[in-house]
Design a protein. Structure first.
Length: 223
């Protein structure tokens, strides 16, 4: 998990994975505090916003606030915070993987003019003064129902869940959201985990050596 965060420290819109802890109590324990220890129960995704940086590219978009850009994936609607978009050969606004962006009416956005593209804070796209459509910005009452789908996309685990437009979220044209995975923090934590693993491995080796010596001493006494 930490290695994946480090690898995606420079991936636009990437959301880091973290761990959720609970307490492990041994079956033979008397439930005293000294007989419990922390254990990783499950991972969770940190959806906090990354730093927004200016690019000057009119097709680079970032979201300031909650929500996701909705796109037409190969198996249904996918959601992403990576706003590095481009125009396809048929003038559709698409992601780097070629997925077309969805509009609020459920269609895809096609630009037919040749003038400059302007995108308002609410996601309304105009070209040459003519409105081309409004990008669908989707938000969920709980992000617990979102699962990573690879290539920086998310998918709703329950297809029946209907997303809604987020409140107080604005689209920033000419900007991109950076990864919220701190490379320094993840690298330090990764080294710490490796050191802990080495300590435990050494403890196991010492235990095995003590057991071997104990068996040899018992064999000497018996002889």
């Amino acid at each position: 998990m930490l290695a994946n965060n480090v690898a995606n420290a420079s991936t636009g819109g990437y959301k880091s994975d973290r761990e959720f802890y609970s307490l492990y109590v041994a079956p033979e324990s008397d439930s005293s505090p000294t007989s419990t220890m922390p254990v990783i129960e499950r991972p969770w995704t940190d959806f906090s916003q990354g730093l927004l940086t200016s690019t000057g590219n009119a097709l680079d978009l970032a979201l300031s606030g909650k929500g996701f850009f909705a796109v037409n994936g190969p198996g249904g609607t996918l959601y992403t915070r990576d706003g590095s978009f481009r125009l396809s050969k048929d003038s559709q606004l698409i992601t780097a993987e070629g997925y077309a962006l969805r509009t609020t009416d459920g269609n895809t956005l096609t630009l037919t003019g040749s003038g400059p593209i302007q995108i308002a804070a609410d996601g309304t796209v105009t070209q040459g003064g003519a409105a081309a459509g409004q990008l669908q910005i989707a938000d969920f009452s709980s992000t617990a129902g979102l699962v990573k789908h690879g290539s920086n996309y998310f998918q709703a685990a329950d297809p029946s869940v209907v997303p809604a437009a987020p409140q107080d979220t604005s689209v920033k044209q000419g900007q991109l959201e950076a990864s919220n995975a701190g490379s320094s923090e993840s690298a330090v934590r990764l080294i710490s985990v490796m050191r802990q693993f080495e300590m435990l491995q050494k403890a196991v080796s010492l235990g095995a050596e003590m057991n071997r010596e104990a068996v040899e001493q018992v064999a000497k006494v018996g002889s």
